[in-house]
Design a protein around this ligand. Sequence first.
Ligand SMILES: Cc1ncc(COP(=O)(O)O)c(C=O)c1O
Length: 382
Amino acid sequence: MKFETKAIRLQTDRSQHHEHSTPIFATSSFVFDDAEHMRALFANEADGNIYSRFTNPSVREFENKMAALEGGEDCIATATGMAAIFTTFASLLSSGDHLLMSKAVFGSTFKINDDYLRKWGITYDYIDPLNMEQWMALVKPNTKLLYLETPSNPGLDIIDLEATSAFCKKHDMLFIVDNCFATPYLQQPLAFGADISIHSATKYIDGQGRVMGGAIISNKKIIEQIYPFMKNAGPSMSPFNAWVLSKSLETLAIRMDRHCQNALQIATWLESNSQVAYVNYPFLPSNTQYEIATKQMKAGGGMISFELKGGIDAGRKLIDAREMISLSANLGDTRTIITHPASSTHSKLTPEERAAAGITDGLIRLSVGLEHVDDIIADLKL
Ligand SMILES: Cc1ncc(COP(=O)(O)O)c(C=O)c1O
């Protein structure tokens, strides 16, 4: 089956009611046939649902679809994207371990290191994602994993997945990719050698700004290592959100095609505007990482970041002049959203950390929506 067909046709087994669209299994627990059935389920001697913190058919449908679309063996769905990241770290890292993380990652991901991993005796170093030679000096005998985003939020750095995977294999560490900006439709990190692909499903997977969710996709062995934390600590996805997200996956391909088409047109227009200092968009031929982007992504995605020549003041003027575009911290919505990362998504970072991540005070992030592209351009009053 092709991507689009899997996204539509993989679903929970039909019930005795012969429903066409899958129902929501809105139940916290499940009943057992008898005492022996209950014992066997708890002893892992039989397959079946016990309690929705552990497994739920609506959640399982979403997990199975995500695993199939990412080319992974299995998936764990979580309440949010941050829950997916934290669950992965909490399951795979122990006191005394070291981790390498790209310095260009989402603001809350940094906070996990500073506020939690550090106090649990896990050390970390930030790597310049575009300078692999520098990584070498930071690898330690106890380095357990390398984590990065590509494209990154908000700088849209593109990191060579194949080369990074080879580096991680050589140094015997796990390679984890936050694939949130690309979605499995545009990029499948596991096919390029990554061990784990992580999503904030809140973004393009939902695509309509309604529900929160996260997903961890990997091989069965790694998922088995992560699952006990999910089951016992409980960052589980709600059945309702899973049902919404499964439905959203049915339209992911056509939504992403239009996000990409609109974004490329807007990025090209911005680049030609005399008030724009620079534009970051993976599929602009002028992008220094264009070759890598076109090697590992099907299209450039819906995110653009740029800076105006007038810096922060000009950026604020642009934000306040808009009439239709939403000023919001989310991304990956049908509605175009404009954000100022330095004062919102990355405001908890120190100015030095922001500078290291390439987030200048004047940087504007645009999540290009599905409105008509002429209306989006008209609302960017340049
Ligand atoms: C790249 C990336 N990863 C992870 C997250 C966290 O996702 P969530 O807000 O669903 O917890 C975000 C949120 O913006 C993000 O942009």
